[in-house]
Design a protein around this ligand. Sequence first.
Ligand SMILES: NC(=O)c1ccc[n+]([C@@H]2O[C@H](COP(=O)([O-])OP(=O)(O)OC[C@H]3O[C@@H](n4cnc5c(N)ncnc54)[C@H](O)[C@@H]3O)[C@@H](O)[C@H]2O)c1
Length: 264
Amino acid sequence: MGRLEGKVALVTGGRGGIGRAICARFEAEGAAVYAADLSEAGSLDAAGGASRFLRLDVTREDEAIAALARVRDEHGKLDILVNAAGIEIEKTIEETTLDEWNRSFAVNVTGTFLTSKHALPLMRKAAEGGSSASIINFGSYDGFIADPGLAAYCATKGAVHALTRAMACDHGPEGIRVNAICPGYIDTPMLQSFFTGEGSGAGGKSIGELQQAVRDVHPMRTYGTPEDIANLVNWLASDEARYASGQLWVLDGGLSAQVQQMKI
Ligand SMILES: NC(=O)c1ccc[n+]([C@@H]2O[C@H](COP(=O)([O-])OP(=O)(O)OC[C@H]3O[C@@H](n4cnc5c(N)ncnc54)[C@H](O)[C@@H]3O)[C@@H](O)[C@H]2O)c1
């Protein structure tokens, strides 16, 4: 029997690189899963994935209300919410337009707020039976330390970290645990666009060379896969994690533990 048998889960950004791996893992563990995203294809070229697609633009309150109403009508509760929808603008603050700044906060921060806000009544229902409900937000190691040329992104992830702690304090007494996962470099379309984007400092290097350079700065000499993230999300979603709340779980191959090495 799967670890999440009988549980209902909704994953925003559920058709993205990390979101798809989380949905697949939740399905394998026996949960009923909604993959909520802007489109069936999400950030990947092809539509698909095991779980039910639910159209949701996380920046729109009417869509959040409608998505959660469908979950209520079909299941009457929500045990697990993963707020994985996110965007990354690769610019310094001077290069960032006000629209780009606002869009970054709208998706990464307001989206987490709105989906969680409208999920809470259904999560209280899930927690009534005695097992805890679990919200898992997506921060980043960029919420603690900065990559150059990612100013708005870093600011949004710092905000998600603070929001995670606040939500955990407010809703712990109702049996709702709230944590954030803070990934390092994970191999998804977001990372690919970081390699090729304006802020990457690619400077004529091939993607292969950039990927090797990134591997070399990690103590583990590799970057992560969406499945690495899904493993931790799966534990945080499960009843085994009943005492885990209000924490920022860094998963980065040791990257943020290491002082930058001099090249001599
Ligand atoms: N990949 C990494 O290296 C990395 C590192 C740290 C944190 N993260 C975080 O992990 C999460 C998932 O990232 P990923 O790498 O899978 O990225 P991704 O680009 O592959 O997937 C993001 C998904 O979010 C969806 N999305 C964007 N705007 C949306 C909106 N308004 N409403 C609903 N969905 C929307 C996209 O369609 C896409 O499917 C993000 O929050 C990201 O910031 C990723």
